[in-house]
Design a protein around this ligand. Structure first.
Ligand code: BGC
Length: 685
């Protein structure tokens, strides 16, 4: 590592590469009119290799650069994080991806992706280092908040929407490819995984990012997969990504420590070493000259990189526009997305809060904090983030609001609480508890429980008030068993972004519905989940996790995947499948009627799971294969239609995708544990 450090230090000052060649000749092809192939053909070996690494270890104006080629007029990339907004100066901090995953609303996510892409371009970037589409294998994963949930079908739908929106302005980078679901050991851990689990559980959403959304770039993970670092994993990059999926973009490494070799990485298909050359650059030129890397490998990588630049065209050049950043439109979208992701986990009539003369007591230190989540690479710095207390105070009239910080309560506090009309307790985690592992902050969680003092505070408040609403903030699941029975309402707010306090008030007072459904299972007990080892450097990823694991071991979750209450009620009727059978290359449409039979307008998320009986291989008891969201006025009905293709049912067997002869059943409902209907699906009949 020492020599690597020395190599890295070479790049500390910004090195301008490839811009000192001879002045353009009349016959020299130029960016803007030449094809990628023509441009690469005109390059020297050194120039091609210059397309394959970043410019400096440190960001410049918060952007990570790759070199320009002045001779051919090819601009470099200007990359910026990340998944919940632009990590450069001030920007709109959207709710974390897990909160947006809870919306189960790809159209909303497309708008968020578009807004983040637009802000990235307005900051002068042309690549956004997002979305994170790693599977939440265990909720203790420190970076849980950056991804959309635990299920591949759901992550795929949300990731595709984000990418399509963002790529209206910049290139997106789907990350971290692949099997990156542990933080503390991320640089070294070797994930052992069988081919079927890889193909069916950890990769399908990446495939959709490539095939459906045509993502421009893919970032390799830090970790190893079956003994090879992801950045030099030929099976992942060459066989699957570039081979089977015909990915036409480029693969960039994750940042420092993301690239581990010169020859192996280049030959495996890594196209760009970020953020600076420590293995590529001059060492890659030498490897080509020594015959260890064929120049055709360099040509391929340079062509991939230049192709995406040519496709971006004029958008490669910075289009600075300060008016776009934190525009009123983007702040309104952040508020909408926060509301849409809040999940009502329990409600015994306490919500929505009545706006009548009286006293609302807000409790908890986090009530005064705009709790935005991780401060690592996904951190965003907004100008005026709104805390829960600020949001509630602005919306509460004619209620008067009293604030008690806690966690310990004085006698006067107890009297105030006992006399209150309603109490809202805001508790949860912060960037110190979970997130990207940075200098003893963040990292993986040791427990899924709340802090002891938070649990004690909830208990003390609930004993004094019979109208206690608890608002939870965290990036993924919490064990709520110790207090859920004691409180009248429980609302999961995640890390709700810059407008989180206003969005929370909208939901608490019923100006908006809590739109979310859980994109992950909340276990009753942590022991019900597969083990999460964030210390060992060797970890095995099994076929089952999340609801698939809980169903398989017959343990009821505390709160199931897909679950979330509304302020109204819905009923499902008339399920049908059309046509009545599915042939091996076809698709069917599954329909169900949803009726809002409650008192106010609201949204329901219908979920389609597939159950297979008589399989020859291990199966999850059910797999989500589609979902649809519908918003209905009171008394109204509408039909949700979900497409299901034969490919959605295939399993990886004997080196290929196969539709197993077995009995297939379609389960339709509103969570993994609330399945109103089951329809048999005939295959090939
Ligand atoms: C993270 C990436 C991020 C990159 C650049 C890495 O440490 O894993 O997700 O995009 O840094 O900030």
């Amino acid at each position: 590592m020492t020599s690597r450090l020395a190599r890295a230090l070479l790049w500390l000052p910004l090195v301008a590469c490839g811009d000192d060649g001879p002045p353009p000749q009349p016959e020299t092809p130029q960016f803007g009119s030449a094809t990628p192939e023509e441009l690469v053909l005109a390059m020297t070996l050194e120039e091609k290799v210059d397309q394959m690494h970043g410019s400096s270890l440190a960001a410049v104006d918060d952007l990570f650069l790759t070199p320009d080629n002045a001779r051919l007029g090819i601009p470099g990339f200007r990359m910026v994080d990340g998944p919940r907004g632009v990590r450069a100066g001030r920007a709109t901090a959207f709710p974390v991806a897990m909160a947006r995953g809870a919306s189960f609303d790809p159209e909303l996510e497309r708008r968020v992706g578009r807004a983040i892409g637009r802000e990235a371009a307005a900051r002068g970037a042309n690549v956004i280092l997002a979305p994170t589409i790693n599977i939440l294998r265990h909720p203790a994963w420190g970076r849980a908040q950056e991804t959309y949930g635990e299920d591949t079908t759901h992550i795929g739908a949300m990731g595709v929407a984000f990418i399509e929106g963002a790529q209206e302005h910049v290139l997106a980078s789907a990350k971290h490819f692949a099997c990156n679901s542990i933080e503390d050991t991320r640089f070294d851990v070797d994930v052992t995984i069988d081919e079927r689990t890889l193909r069916e559980v950890y990769l399908p959403h990446f495939r959709r990012a490539v095939v459906d959304a045509k993502v421009g770039s893919v970032m390799s993970a830090y970790n190893q997969v079956n003994g090879h670092y992801a950045s030099e994993n030929a099976h992942l990059i060459r066989d699957i990504l570039k081979g089977e999926w015909a990915f036409d973009g480029f693969v960039e490494s994750d940042w420092v420590f993301g690239t581990r070799s010169t020859v192996a990485a280049a030959n495996a298909g890594l196209d760009i070493e970020m953020p600076a050359a420590t293995y590529f650059g001059p060492w890659l030129v030498e490897a080509v000259q020594a015959g260890e890397v064929d120049e055709a490998v360099i040509d391929e990588a340079a062509t991939r990189v230049v192709r995406k630049k040519v496709e971006l065209g004029a958008s490669m050049t910075p289009q600075l526009d300060p008016d776009v950043i934190e525009s009123a439109e983007h702040l309104a979208l952040a508020r909408e997305a926060a509301r849409a992701g809040m999940v009502l986990l329990k409600n015994e009539g306490a919500l929505p809060l009545a706006r009548a003369a009286g006293t609302l007591v807000v409790v908890g230190e986090l009530a005064t904090v705009a709790n935005l989540g991780d401060q690592g690479s996904s951190g965003v710095t907004p100008t005026s983030p709104v805390s829960p207390l600020e949001g509630i105070e602005a919306a509460a009239a004619p209620l008067s609001v009293v604030y008690i910080a806690g966690p310990s309560l004085t006698a006067a506090d107890e009297a105030t609480l006992a006399a209150a009309d309603a109490v809202v307790v805001v508790v949860g985690l912060t960037f110190e508890d979970e997130g990207e592992a940075l200098f003893n902050v963040g990292g993986d969680r040791d427990t899924l429980s709340l802090h002891e003092e938070d649990e004690a505070l909830i208990g003390a408040v609930a004993a004094l008030s019979d109208n206690t609403v608890v608002v939870l903030e965290a990036g993924s699941a919490l064990v709520v068993r110790p207090f859920i029975d004691d409180v009248e309402a429980l609302l999961m707010a995640w890390y709700p972004g810059t407008e989180g306090g206003n969005a929370l008030a909208d939901v608490l007072f019923g100006d908006a519905e809590p739109g979310g459904r859980l994109p992950i299972s909340f276990p009753a007990d942590e022991a019900d989940l597969p083990p999460f080892d964030h210390e060992s450097l060797e970890v095995s990823y099994g076929f089952l996790h999340g609801y698939r694991h809980l169903d398989a071991i017959g343990r009821a979750p505390e709160l199931p995947f897909g679950f979330g209450l509304s302020y109204t009620t819905f009923s499902l009727s008339d399920p049908s499948v059309s046509p009545g059978s599915l042939d091996a290359v076809g698709s069917v449409t599954v329909s169900v009627t949803v009726t809002n039979d409650g008192p106010r307008s609201g949204s329901e998320v219908v979920q389609l799971y597939v159950r297979v009986v008589g399989s020859e291989v291990e199966r999850a008891p059910r797999d989500l294969r589609g979902f649809g969201r519908i918003t209905l006025e009171p008394g109204a009905s509408g039909v949700v239609e979900i497409e299901l293709s034969a490919a959605d049912l295939a399993i990886w067997k004997d080196g290929g995708w196969q539709l197993e002869p077995a009995a297939y059943f379609l389960e339709i409902g509103t969570s993994a544990r609330d399945l109103a209907f089951e329809l048999p699906l005939t295959i090939g009949g």
